[in-house]
Design a protein around this ligand. Sequence first.
Ligand code: OGA
Ligand code: NI
Length: 344
Amino acid sequence: MAGTMKPLLTDLVSAVSSVPPNFIRPEFDRPNLHDVISDHSIPVVDLQHLEGPNRSGVVKAIGRACQNYGFFQVKNHGVPNEVIDKMMHVSKEFFHLPESERLKNYSDDPMKTTRLSTSFNVRTENVSSWRDYLRLHCYPLEDYVDEWPTNPPSFREDTAEYCKNTRRLALTLLEAISESLGLEKDYMNSALGKHAQHMAINYYPPCPEPELTLGLPGHADPNAITILLQDDVPGLQVLKDGKWIAVNPIPYTFIVNIGDQIQVLSNDRYKSVLHRAVVNCKAERISIPTFYCPSPDAMIRAAPLMTDPVQHPSIYRNFTYSEYYEKFWKRGLNAETCLDMFKI
Ligand code: OGA
Ligand code: NI
């Protein structure tokens, strides 16, 4: 590659037949794909009966999944298949655009609200990850939509429609999660201030030596909840009892996980669990996480009902989400979660 400056992985892979040295992880931190559990997955929750006489049963199922896995999948979630298909399709089109067209959106500044980048944070990391990604802020929509790519031509329309739908689902899930903790239905909703919503479109090109690198190393998400859409290529893995579990794609199902902010609000009743993305040598993979979050000014602290001075004192100090978010991007993706920096 000497002499060629390819900021994006997508434009570098066609020229390589082995993994470049800066992508090779130290031996203890490689995917070890033979050790991954593939015959057990995270629970699937059917949201169909969330409104109606069986609500408490669904809420309990969500609570159990949050407690035992920090992850679950949802079906009958109310997001139309057509909205999902369009989002996935326009994402693929975006990453197949010519390099010069994609690079119009490039930035390595994590504080920019719309940007295409690569790996995780190229300004701070030592080892690169096998991923390009487009990151967008998307709530309130009208504040950000004018920054978004205009190519492919339907990008803004398809993505805005998808964002409205995933926001509705996020609000529904926040209510159920609040109830599952014994809190008022709108507790989480109020705790997130004016709310914010970000999304990423992750693009993982095929990799000649998938055992040497990772699409995303193990990390916990810094936001409140994540709603992930993945295409039909497996890659997501979730840590449970010290073992990685593969989350194999189920069409039109979302994967939901608890982020760091719900861990704090619940005072560690629910955990923000480590997960990672592995790559493969055959197929490109796209995943689209919606990161539902507090607004930057929201003050985050454990819910009073989740604390008592003797048995459950607050585990974390108070902080604003903007403070948390900046620390998250500065320190990089480490197995020790960002939360440790906020412990009392
Ligand atoms: C993320 C993430 C998993 C995946 O973007 O935070 O965990 O399957 N992605 O791409
Ligand atoms: Ni994640």
